[in-house]
Design a protein around this ligand. Structure first.
Ligand code: FAD
Length: 486
């Protein structure tokens, strides 16, 4: 049997391990942490359970696919529900919009609350679907770094419909031209944050993202987000994958031309192929210091990061749902602070995720597990301790005002995750959530390929390489990388 070594048990590393085991490889995953999942992990404290990272789950069929290609029935391992309400939106002027998952219902709600005509919303979502269908096959499902990708029928369809991709306007410019009401523009501009980008810079092509939520659906795993990791690790174990925890890879071994193993605990371990699920910037810096560095690609601006307060809240809030957004009053200023000034805005948009709304045992009776997150710049050495204290105060003031209830006394327990800890726990360059940002129209072409062009038998998967960050794209990166292995 051929040996495969995988660096990192993030979601993409686990998916790659399953796919390689299915191809007949003997697979060993080396993980620096004592647990699997990287950003997709969870923890418990004082009777509250928190998913530590991702909270929004789209394209669940990509998880199912891993069970199917392994000859298993997905629902024997992993179950999820489609959310009837995608998000509750709260604005400072008192407007509240319930984002129903059904497009017609959502459009009616927006018209009722803002006067924005239903047809505008439905037309926008239709257009989002068209963009998705024109781009996904080429940009998400294939290597962008192989000539064959550009010569197939899907690519030709994209070329002939190129104007529909809307690459020359920013998301904000497109949304401003589509909608009259500023609250609706803000709502749809928010989708830029789904890959850590800025709606005032990212191309309007990114308006494909709402299609995922409204036309294809937002989901929640019945046992919590972390169950995605858990069920895939179970499948990998059944497929004979060997996981080594507390095993940081120190070096990827090469003879200069091809990879032939990894160094772990100061021991050289031979392998026929190596896949790195470690952030690609750090893979080059730390594991391949002698290889020539693709500087232009590695130096691309990174996505935003996040500051999260995990709060056990001793009070029920029936007006809140599983996903809630409290918008800032000046969205453009907020993004200028994140991406240009590299600091935290004093009136940030606050996201609250409450899994106990659907999974009751995630919090004690009458209580809720609040995952309170704001978008912040990636780590460039800011004074985070100071910024965190200021942000905490501003968030509490904002939430107490909008919810008309003093929140601070209700906090039973608190944990904090910030760009520094995201960086140190997952080796993510600058603590970015999604690898490179998509703040320019060439971003898709400036992500690292899923293979090395200088070192044979070396492959890459995960949020820092093609096709990008977020659970669905990470799963696709594992598929693209392993499909390249003959
Ligand atoms: P990572 O999760 O980055 O893990 C990499 C793993 O490799 C880690 O376990 C690390 O310890 C290990 N490793 C690194 N270096 C080494 C080494 N040298 N040796 C051994 N092991 C090593 N996505 C969504 O789809 N929806 C969301 O709602 C969402 N929200 C998010 C919120 C937060 C707070 C965060 C942090 C992320 C969020 N994301 C979301 C993004 C998503 O979590 C990531 O894109 C995805 O989980 C990244 O997976 P990955 O495979 O790239 O690996």
């Amino acid at each position: 049997k051929r040996e495969a070594a995988i660096v990192g048990a993030g979601i993409a590393g686990i998916a790659a391990a399953i796919r390689l085991a299915n191809k007949g490889f003997r697979v060993t995953v080396y993980e620096a942490n004592s647990y699997a999942g990287g950003k997709l992990s969870a923890f418990e404290t004082k009777g509250y359970r928190f998913d530590a990272g991702p909270s929004l789950f789209t394209l669940p069929q990509l998880v199912d696919e891993l069970f199917v290609v392994s000859g298993k029935n997905p629902s024997d391992y992993f179950e999820y529900i489609r959310l009837p309400v995608v998000c509750q939106y709260f604005y400072e002027d008192g407007t509240r919009i319930t984002a129903y998952s059904q497009p017609e219902e959502f459009a009616r709600e927006i018209e009722q609350k803002t006067g924005e005509p239903c047809e505008n919303i439905l037309h926008f979502l239709q257009d989002s679907q068209t963009k998705y269908e024109l781009t996904s096959e080429v940009f998400l499902h294939r290597s962008l770094h192989k000539a064959s990708t550009y010569l197939n029928a899907h690519a030709w369809k994209g070329y002939t419909h190129f104007p529909k991709l809307d690459v020359f306007r920013t998301m904000h410019q497109a949304n401003k031209a589509t909608f009259k009401d500023p609250r609706v523009i803000q709502l749809f501009n928010r989708y830029a944050t789904y890959n850590g980008s800025d709606p005032y810079q990212t191309p309007a092509t990114m308006n494909i993202i709402p299609h995922l939520e409204y036309n294809m659906g937002a989901y929640f795993p019945k046992k919590g987000m972390h169950h995605i990791t858990h069920s895939l690790v179970q499948l990998a174990n059944e497929k004979g994958v060997n996981f080594n925890f507390n095993a940081p890879v120190q070096e990827i071994l090469t003879d200069g031309q091809q990879a032939n193993g990894v160094k772990v605990h100061n021991q050289n371990i031979q392998a026929d192929i190596v896949i790195s699920n470690m952030d690609v910037v750090n893979t080059y810096k730390k594991l391949l210091p002698k290889a020539s560095q693709p500087k232009k690609i590695l130096n691309q601006p990174k996505s935003s990061s996040a500051l999260i307060f995990y709060w056990g809240i001793q009070h029920p809030f029936p007006e809140l749902d599983m996903h809630n957004i409290f918008f800032s009053q000046n969205y453009q200023e907020e993004f200028t602070h994140i991406f240009q000034k590299q600091t935290v805005y004093q009136d940030p948009t606050v996201y609250i995720n409450i899994t106990s709304k659907h999974k009751k045992d995630d919090a004690p009776e009458g209580c809720e597990n609040w995952f309170v997150m704001i978008n912040v710049p990636n780590n460039a050495g800011q004074d985070w301790d100071k910024l965190i204290q200021e942000a905490r105060k501003n968030i509490l003031t904002k939430l107490s005002r909008v919810l008309d209830k003093d929140i601070e006394p209700l906090i039973a327990c608190e944990s904090i995750l910030d760009p520094r800890t995201i960086e140190s726990r997952t080796s993510s360059s600058q603590g970015a959530l999604y690898g490179n940002s998509s703040n320019n129209r060439y971003a898709a072409f400036l992500r690292h390929a899923n293979f090395s062009s200088q070192i044979k038998n070396l492959y890459f998967c995960g949020g820092s390489v093609h096709p990008g960050g977020g659970i669905p794209l990470c799963l696709l990166s594992a598929k693209i990388a392993t499909d390249l292995i003959k």
